[in-house]
Design a protein around this ligand. Structure first.
Ligand code: ZN
Ligand code: ZN
Length: 365
């Protein structure tokens, strides 16, 4: 991986002040995206224990060599079984000075929490879930470069789609063509299965592609993303396969306007709920309020869905360096749906869409 050393150093700095900001004396990080963020470790079994005195990284035998290469600045401990239970057993048996130990409650199964309590009898446990996720919301330069590349790969796959005939192909065939072109362009595993939803099926926001053959004169919603170095992109475009009924053309225009309004309003310091309200208000004023039933957007990074949340009840605010999606949609049961989504960087003064495929209604053959 290019820039590996720089990335390791950046990762190392991330956990530095974590303990100072939390109501605990030590912290056990077990959610893999958080572990990756703090250490650069890309395996599927690992956890981190940060105390006032030391930083420990736990993994099992399978990842011993990989962890030795990827993880700097942590003492590597190879556990007999699962990393989390191994970390708890290690800390318990060596009587590490943990004080109050923070853990990620939202990511622990009941049995894991039980094992923690049992191995660390006498240690005060405090749920500090969300702490690393909050740090992850604002991206550094290296992270932004990865998100940008993931966005470019998705854009390029959509550009290829625009040159192809889609009528006569099934949704699954179109999804595969997109997946293949993203992987060939260097994407890692796709962050989520591609959505291709045609005709009346486009009214289902999270439709999975089927063998349905795409016909002329209908809407096709395509929602997809690539990943680069673990960082994701997320873009939705809605295409038409020929002239549409005026109602659907109107819906397209309303969604496009709402998306542009919300994107322009997404600036540092703005409440996420306010941005959501702008898009929602515009769609409601056109008479389609009830047909926009999901949140406006979400943060994106090491996970396809992360903080902040762009929704009416969100208490989050935007800050420079965040990457979020803006994705209003209107779904008319039995007729079809329209969603337009970009991955957007919150810049120092204004927002910059990182996915840039054309947003006007495009007719595919
Ligand atoms: Zn999406
Ligand atoms: Zn999304």
């Amino acid at each position: 991986m290019a820039g590996g050393t720089h990335r390791k150093r950046a990762a190392l700095a991330r956990g530095h002040n974590l303990l100072n900001e939390l109501p605990c004396d030590s912290l056990l990080v077990s959610h893999l995206a958080n572990v990756r963020y703090l250490t650069g470790f890309t395996g599927s079994s690992g956890c981190v224990l940060i105390t006032a005195r030391q930083r420990l990284f736990f993994t099992d035998f399978r990842y011993r060599l990989q962890a030795a290469r990827q993880v700097r600045g942590y003492r590597l401990v190879v556990t007999g079984g699962a990393a989390l239970e191994g970390a708890a057993a290690y800390a318990g048996s060596r009587r590490l000075k943990l004080g109050t130990l923070g853990y990620e409650g939202r990511h622990l199964r009941q049995a894991q929490f039980g094992a923690l309590k049992k191995a660390l009898r006498g240690v005060k446990l405090k749920d500090c879930g969300g702490a690393v996720e909050r740090l992850r919301q604002v991206k550094d330069r290296g992270e932004l470069a990865a998100v940008r590349r993931a966005c470019g790969i998705a854009d390029a796959a959509l550009a290829r789609l625009r040159r192809r005939r889609v009528t006569g192909s099934s949704e699954l065939q179109v999804a595969w063509m997109l997946e293949r072109s993203m992987r060939e362009a260097g994407s890692g595993p796709l962050p989520f299965p591609i959505i291709v939803a045609s005709g009346a099926r486009s009214a289902m926001p999270h439709a999975v592609p089927t063998e349905r053959i795409i016909r002329p004169g209908e809407l096709v919603v395509v929602d997809m993303g690539a990943s680069v170095g673990g960082y994701c992109s997320d873009i939705t475009r809605t295409f038409a396969t020929g002239p549409l009924p005026p109602k659907l053309e109107e819906v397209y225009r309303v969604v496009q306007e709402a998306q542009a309004l919300a994107t322009a309003a997404a600036r540092p310091g703005t409440a996420c709920a306010e941005v959501d309200a702008l898009a929602r208000g515009h769609i409601a004023a056109a008479g389609y309020g009830p047909q926009f039933g999901h949140a406006l957007g979400h943060g994106i990074g090491l996970e396809a869905h992360e903080g902040p949340v762009l929704a009416s009840r969100s208490r989050d605010a935007l800050a420079a360096g965040m990457t979020v999606t803006v994705e209003p949609g209107v779904y008319l049961e039995g007729r079809g749906g329209v969603r337009i989504e970009d991955t957007v960087l919150i810049g120092a003064r204004r927002s910059v869409p990182l996915t840039t495929a054309p947003r006007e209604l495009i007719f595919l053959r």
